[in-house]
Design a protein. Sequence first.
Lengths: 440, 449
Amino acid sequence: MPGALSYTKTTLDNGLDVIVHEEHACPIVAVNLWYHVGSKNERPGRTGFAHLFEHLMFEGSEHHDAGYFRPLEEAGGTLNGSTNADRTNYWATVPREAVERALWLESDRMGYLLPALSAEKLATQRDVVLNERRQNYENRPYGLAPMTLAAAHFPLPHPYHWPTIGVPADLHAVELEDVREFFAAYYHPGNASLAIAGDIDTDEALALAGRHFGEISTRPPPPPVAIPAGPSPGCDSRPRSFYVEDRVELVRLYFTWRTTALFEAGDAELDVLADLLAGGLSSRLRRALVHDRRLAADVGAWQDSREIAGVFAISVTVAPTARAADVEAVVTGELARLADEGPDPDELARVVRCAESAMASLLERVGGFGGRSDQLNRYNVFAGTPGYLAGDLARYRRVDRSGVRAAAARLAAECRIALSVVPLGANDAALPGAEPADAS
Amino acid sequence: MTSADRSALPGLGAPAPFAFPPITTDTLPNGIRLWTIDRPRSELVTVVLLLRHGSAADPPDRAGLAALTGDLLDEGSRERDGMELHRALQRMGGAFAAEVTSDGTFASVTALTRFAHQAIAHLIEVAARPRFDPDDVERVRDLRLNRLAQMERIAGSVADRAWLAGLYGSHPYAHSPIGSAPSLEGAGAADVTAFHERHFGAGGWTVIVVGSDAARLRPVVSEQLAALPGGGGAPAPPPPDPAPAARRLLLVPRPGAVQSEIRLGHLGAARTAPDHHALVVLNMVLGGQFVSRVNLNLRERKGYTYGARTVLDLRRGRGPFVLRAAVETSATADALREAAAEIAAIRGDRPVSDAELDGARAALTRGFARRFETAGQLAAAAMRLALFDLPADDYTTFVPRVAALDARAVAGAAGRLLQPERLVAVVVGDPDKLSSSLADAGFGEPLGP
């Protein structure tokens, strides 16, 4: 197993963390930059902003006031970025000879974005984002389920309440001044982490990073995110069950619980529990629902742990002839069985081994989403050190039967939010007692 | 420390040298081709079995049979049922995948390196000795029927399938590998078993192993494979070209849709076309990358879409050439006009410029190495050589051949590939908001699906 990734970390005078990892197998280098800002730094009425801003970062900066794709694609590179509730990342994977160009561009938009910003760019990218929203959410079966669930789990003013893609009315309301303020507050060296991984010597990489980013002045740390105090929402009242109608063929049920944040105690146990339930042919729910009783067309389970909270989810796409209530009984029963008996030792060992190979698979690449450079930044930003890979894997090796039992027991007992997505006009196919939900 | 010079973008200098790793090839007495690639220090080993039969080999009344067969491989072997097979995979930290395209079936096991021997044995077990229990066949078939029903609600899938059918008619490439409900409904264990007997003979196998210390794995793999009976499995010949289609527009209603899914294209080229490299460069400029003409126009200038691409779907026979985009409903007719105009212009009054040619060539040649970073990428690369009967030096000659292309060569390829008068368009969108404007999009009156 890749027990650890070797790296060198330094922090520039302006506060930028620079992490270098050497891997010379392929003559390519990954440049990966994280800004510790996401949609949870937004406020109601101004949602979708962090993500729209990510689009604008590809549209040019003072010394290269043109698209960012051309100079890197024409250098043989590939590049992208993404935004979630907690962070925004930008990456380029380039041939060795293009690493200086990639760092030049990345640093130019960190230091000199605003002079190149224009109302035209903002208007076009807002239209692109509205189309992204239509394509990935509004016009996609089950596409509105995740935002419906997030809204239910995290009532306002919790900053996970709204979707990262944003509310259309908010996107229409964005003005240039908002963009400038956002940049000033969040896009500076002290709120960023740079990883360079691949076919490059550490000294050269550090020198290049210093030369390109060292001149950028830092700004005050961003304002803290207000985390609402009090008990977990949903757990001080009765379980809740909603339905939404959508242009879907088959009913899909989501059973969800608010859970722990990333790397918190219990997080790894919930990851393992998800795989025990729905990871492959022999997993408990897949076997019971898809194979043995044929009540479901598909089953999934995941622990979506984020920086300040998490949600555990089980999704079941119901077979045409099956009833939601029968599916629910099986889900409840399998959870109770795991809470009662725990997993077999061999079953647990198998799932942990698959977690290790899944990580090995991500780490085959130096760049891209989830590759080595992205993981080094993820650990640096969320765990405080780029070297947390070994500690992360150890979390899974430490999971024992009693930990899984406790995780399952917690889900069985605590308040659950269920969502039924049903075909238009078929609300009688929802879970019994489900109430209509507001889909934003 | 000196600061960066921001007066100009840093240049690139000479490309870093890259050599595609050697493929050690062998043909066993029973006809199996065994290819291995060493990937030093690889944490994972990937073993792929390629059969040169895919959905184009589906019997005419059984569209979807090849994919159903592939899907059933891991549901049970003669020795073990599907549950036990899956548990064995998990113990290797492994995953099984079966993919079926028009021309090929690819079954693979990826596992942690220390379990390489078990991974190879596992793949042989499921591919050579599947169980095809009638109960499993019925269950997996029904799951695929459910999937087909769900796909009817996914605008992009509806568009892909309607467009393929519109272009290819009754040709073997006219259906997606998943097939259609009427043909799958009648499929049973006897069909699957017959398909397997006809097409899975080990004599037609190509087995590709990528991992660390591949040289030490060879004798073990070789011994396991050599024990299989040979025979069968001659590759299917590439299908002949379908009858040419006329320019037209099909409208598939999706009431209430907030976007229209657009497909626009015609017959493309076979992977073995003599002007392959020029076609790849042409497609890069037209719609094969972010800075392509099509994406810059429809996304970056107009904001009609989240992204627009053209794809040369390279197959043993002539695969499709298609432009794909999901556009805002009110922009549908404009987007169609713009897209068709880009296709016409690059073979007409706006041929590929020198700057575009330089950019596309550099993107392909300097970007070559990163296509071969992972074990899976290396295995897929070897698989393409095997599937298309390409010369062994194809990856060695790619960079010099692309670098040597000039504007004339690319213009020639554009003249041969692009046929504006034969463009078949499909729109999946809201009929109430579209029908009047679509008549002016340059394709005549829209036709029903």
